[in-house]
Design a protein around this ligand. Structure first.
Ligand SMILES: Nc1ncnc2c1ncn2[C@@H]1O[C@H](COP(=O)(O)OP(=O)(O)OP(=O)(O)O)[C@@H](O)[C@H]1O
Length: 255
């Protein structure tokens, strides 16, 4: 484990608190309606919902890229990591230089950011690939690079917008395991958008189901499986049952 990893966060403190949040875009599109959502320290919350129900909008509000048109959206930390479906790497920069980018923009001293980048690269299992360019990496490795770049900021709250949606099944499962390991080690709070119900259940302490647009929360499920999780939990009847219940709620919310 990294020597500069943040101390394990206390559980219980609310880092993200959305109350009655609504979002209407200037063209009149109502994306979100009466959304209540919290993410506490120690929680990993996944959001599932039909396409276009406002999941990315929710994340963009959390990150400060958009402002809610009604309600209260409070984020009680400035250490926020953000990982998109597209790894958004600079093609002319090596893995190490891409990973350093956010720390560089945050004006961290050179020696410190090099050290942090090295540790983050190690954490995501990319040691040995520091000098590779993005075009020399697989999709999974590009996503690991993107994760490492955010890890250099020691995020307290990590926002994920369907980061593994474009990956094949095996790579996706492997990255799910890596992300769970990072969550257990680094203790950031997570808000994770996905279209995959089984991914949501496997990764999360809580799964939130949204309705079709305008999106609102229709169901919340606590995931009872303790952390760290054995990958084989995905093949147990208890896991299948919970995936079934969430899928059912998703279908109901879509009607
Ligand atoms: N800047 C914008 N101006 C107008 N409408 C927008 C804007 N951004 C998003 N929308 C609309 O808001 C709705 C919600 O979009 P959003 O991307 O948040 O949905 P989503 O649930 O993430 O979708 P998907 O699962 O397909 O990625 C959609 O109808 C989208 O067309």
């Amino acid at each position: 484990m990294s020597t500069t990893a943040p101390a394990p966060a206390q559980t219980g403190t609310t880092l993200l608190d959305f109350s009655d949040v609504a979002m209407t875009f200037p063209d009149g599109t109502v994306a979100l309606h009466e959304v209540d959502l919290t993410v506490d320290r120690g929680e990993f919350v996944s959001v599932v919902g039909p396409s276009g129900c406002g999941k990315s909008t929710l994340l963009r509000i959390a990150s400060g890229l958009e402002t809610a048109s009604a309600g209260t959206a409070s984020v009680r930390t400035r250490r926020i990591g953000y990982v998109f479906q597209d790894a958004t790497l600079l093609p002319w920069r090596s893995v190490a230089d891409n990973v350093e980018l956010l720390a560089e923009l945050n004006k961290q001293p050179k020696q410190l950011r090099k050290e942090k980048a090295k540790q983050a690269i190690e954490l995501v299992g990319l040691t040995g690939f520091e000098r590779h360019l993005p075009k020399q990496l697989s999709g999974g490795m590009r996503m690991r690079t993107s994760l490492a770049r955010s890890l250099t900021l020691d995020p307290e709250l990590f926002l994920f917008d369907e980061p593994f949606g474009a990956l094949d099944e095996i790579t996706r499962e492997r990255l799910n395991d890596e992300l769970l390991r990072l969550f257990v080690e680094q203790r950031f709070a997570g808000l994770f958008i996905t279209h995959s119900v089984s991914e949501a259940v496997y990764l999360s302490t809580k799964v939130v189901v949204m309705s079709g647009r305008p999106g609102t929360v229709v169901r919340r499920f606590d995931v009872p499986f303790p952390m760290p999780r054995d990958p084989d939990i995905r093949f147990t009847p208890e896991f299948a049952e919970l995936v079934g219940e969430v899928s059912h709620a998703l279908r109901e919310g879509h009607k």
